[in-house]
Write a protein that binds this ligand. Structure first.
Ligand SMILES: [Zn+2]
Ligand SMILES: [Zn+2]
Length: 281
């Protein structure tokens, strides 16, 4: 079992140190985990900071990235001996202009995996109910789809992303506002998105966090997974999006069965940005 989407306590919304995650992951028998702390850099929001040893640090400061890289390397060395590979990753919040706003130190950090995820529309987080309601009340469902997917398709061209995170995050609060229409919002955008994914060699993740929130579908949902496989996009990672140690690896086995049944090849892992097949048996 692997988990390629894990949030340690470098973000305010996550609890658990690198060591605590590694302990739980080792106990659960995981073979690989990737720490993918949030990197939020939209200057129009007030979230552009990280937490290092209890202190708030500006996301633009090189200090935290050096601290993060060195600390992940340290636990990776320690836990390799205990049978688990630990990867250095990041979940970059993507929005128009993100490539120009990344911290300078980002470009010299040797990440194994960079996930690019849309959380913000018009600088509001649709991953939270309040932000979602504010955004959804401004847009018809087609406009929301256009705004959301054009962020992804445009940012892919900046070429710093290995994996697209939770492709249909808009569903989390979308159904309450838009009803059933939210579930087909992706359809007009899949052609361009998959063309760009192919051209820029970008994989996608299957995020199991909705299962812990009582929802029946992973992100992306099964119809999107079917569309991806039909269009030949099969390079995928699996991640729990754990924000606390006890959730590491949650749902990944079940998810693996799902993708195998659907005919996807084995998931990939990443080392220094290079994908490789995970032999899952
Ligand atoms: Zn996310
Ligand atoms: Zn996440």
């Amino acid at each position: 079992m692997i988990d390629y989407h894990v949030h340690p306590n470098y973000s305010l919304d996550a609890e658990g140190s690198l060591e605590e995650y590694c302990e739980v992951a080792t106990r659960k028998g995981l073979r690989e985990i990737a720490f993918t702390t949030h990197l939020d850099s939209d200057p129009a929001t007030d979230d552009c900071f990280v937490i290092v040893e209890g202190r708030r640090i500006d996301v633009q400061s090189g200090y935290w990235l050096e601290h993060y890289e060195a600390s992940v390397a340290e636990v990776a060395d320690e836990y390799r001996e205990r049978g688990i590979e630990v990867r250095l990753g990041v979940e970059v919040d993507i929005y128009p202009g993100v490539a120009e706003n990344l911290p300078e130190a980002f470009h010299r950090t040797e990440f194994d995996i960079i996930i690019g995820s849309v959380h913000l529309i018009d600088h509001r987080a649709i991953s939270a109910e309040e932000g979602a309601n504010a955004v959804f009340s401004k847009y018809a469902v087609e406009e929301l789809g256009h705004n959301y997917f054009s962020i992804m398709t445009d940012v892919i061209e900046s070429s710093f992303i290995n994996v697209l995170g939770h492709i249909d995050l808009y569903r989390r609060y979308g159904e309450t506002h838009y009803g059933e229409a939210i579930h087909s919002l992706w359809k007009p955008h899949m052609k361009l998105l998959t063309e760009k994914m192919k051209r820029f060699n970008v994989a996608f993740e299957i995020n199991t966090s909705p299962w812990r929130k009582g929802q029946s579908e992973t992100m992306p949902s099964r119809p999107i997974l079917e569309a991806l496989i039909e269009r030949g996009i099969t390079q995928l990672t699996l991640g729990s999006d754990a924000h606390r140690p006890e959730d590491v690896g949650a749902g990944v086995d079940r998810c693996l069965k799902l993708v195998q049944e659907m005919g996807f090849p084995s998931p990939v892992g990443f080392k220094k940005g290079v994908p490789y097949t995970i032999s899952v048996l």
